[in-house]
Ligand binder design. Structure first.
Ligand SMILES: Cc1cc2nc3c(=O)[nH]c(=O)nc-3n(C[C@H](O)[C@H](O)[C@H](O)COP(=O)(O)O)c2cc1C
Length: 154
């Protein structure tokens, strides 16, 4: 099985660290989902109603991503990693997903959070990976937990 891990991470690099360690352990390829315009600390200050994160979220905006994955069609399974933002995947992850055909792929999503549960993350993500089989989404705290889960479901 050819596995890709596609991961977005912003605040502390927490989600990316887990993704990198898991990619090594699982022999997966890793693609970092980077927004064309890097997030500054002010951009991420959700306490400010005018901050970029709030404008993107509440304006339902697309967030363009740097680069493209060559040979995306060859992957059997894709793990999507991201921090929970507003109870689900950040807009940049949705924009990333819109750029590819998910037909026939097995997909699982993992997330870190500041305390929220996984909530409706899977349901909210599902329309963006239409055609693929989104198995589940779950919170993870370290790469060992992620690796064990992936071996179990994929
Ligand atoms: C714009 C924004 C929205 C967030 N929304 C939530 C949320 O709804 N629930 C939660 O528990 N944490 C929330 N967080 C916190 C992140 O999920 C948490 O800090 C995450 O582990 C950061 O991962 P990273 O270092 O990979 O970016 C939010 C953070 C930001 C910047």
């Amino acid at each position: 099985m050819k596995l890709l891990i596609a991961c977005f991470s912003a605040e502390h690099g927490k989600t990316l660290k887990i993704a990198k360690d898991a990619a090594l352990a699982l022999g997966a390829d890793l693609f970092e989902i980077k927004p064309e315009r890097v997030y500054t600390e002010a951009d991420l200050n959700w306490k400010n109603p005018l901050a970029r994160c709030n404008r993107e979220k509440f304006g339902n905006r697309d967030v363009p991503v740097v680069g493209r994955i060559e040979g995306f069609d060859e992957y059997d399974a894709v793990l999507l990693g991201f921090p929970i933002w507003y109870g689900g995947a950040p807009n940049v992850v949705n924009t990333f997903c819109k750029g590819y055909s998910w037909y026939g792929k097995r997909i699982a999503a993992f997330a870190t959070s500041g305390g929220s549960g996984i909530g409706k993350t899977a349901e909210r993500l599902r329309p963006f990976v239409a055609g693929g089989e989104l198995l589940d989404a779950r919170l993870v705290h370290n790469s060992l937990e992620l690796e064990a889960w992936v071996r179990d479901i994929l």
